[in-house]
Design a protein around this ligand. Sequence first.
Ligand code: ADP
Ligand code: MG
Length: 367
Amino acid sequence: MSERNRTGVESTRRTSVTGIAPGRVNLIGEHVDYNGGRCLPIALTQVTHATVTPRDDGVVRVVSGSRSWEGRVGRLDEAEQWASYVTGVLLALEVEDGVDVGISSDVPIGAGLSSSAALECSVAFALDEVFDLGRSHEEIVAACVRAEQEYVGAPTGGLDQAIAVYGEASQALLIDFASGSREQVPFDPSAHGLALLVIDTKVSHTLTDGGYGSRRDEAWEAAKALGLSHLALASDLSDLSGALLRRARHVVSEVARVDAFVQALHADDWEALGPLLVASHVSLRDDYEVSCEELDVAVDVAREAGAVGARMTGGGFGGSAIALVPTERVEAVQAAVTTAFVARGWGRPAYILAEPGRGAWIEDQPD
Ligand code: ADP
Ligand code: MG
């Protein structure tokens, strides 16, 4: 996009551009992205803003709240962990100019709502516009996945970046990781007297048991034992036993639940959704073994207090649960879960009402 600079000369490079990208919550289809399965996330209305301003001295400066990091083009691999989500995108998009990147966000960080992909995608959208890179959305998603996998060094299956870019208001996005296909599925809980409540347990046990990476390895081991490229393709699990059988059983049953969930949404059969959410949680807890006490309590108490269904969401070992709750029961569910946490000596959870929002965009600039 072009604009007139101060001297009135038309320039193709914009001086300052803000990219905006949402967090996400996955409705169902957990730990299936890297297994070639299907999942159904929504983009949130909570978003990250990244304002990118080019500079001509080769300096890269990233500021987010009270944190700031400064380095130079050519030495971006030296970035601190949090700033490497930004420098990783610069590297993946092969931007070789200096930039100021200012970040602000209302996506809770580290709550399993994908603040990381919101950050990457907001930066990528802004860079693409500022430097007129002309990258397709597909290429932006791929660059953001590479940024997180290669430069941050965090395992990510691609779900988070895809929904951050392709999300649409009042829709969930069915993503098939075997074919790469995507389909919008109507999802409007408020039109059915329901709210999607996110319960952030505020705990993370990931560092202590290294869970995500080991589940990924086990899933690949199980697929290999069955002679398959991906576990989601499995139908006969009789050659497996022990932990590998349980991992495979989760993946296969979870993909079937995603399909049933999508069918129910298309049929406007909202009563079918609750039991599918609960079955997903039980499978993640007992077969994939990625839940934890706080998530189990959040799910059980939410249901006792009136949620029609609930489950952990995201990678597990802490982070958030979701509950589908009749609108008039939302306050009662929150109160019951908080009481249960406090009674166990745990910190209070945080709550968000999730609305299906849109994918990444560029902020309009005044002429
Ligand atoms: P999640 O994506 O579920 O929030 P991750 O562990 O994948 O959790 O990503 C969180 C990390 O991403 C943070 O620890 C931080 O390094 C980085 N991050 C995300 N959003 C921001 C932000 N607004 N400002 C600075 N760093 C951020
Ligand atoms: Mg993340």
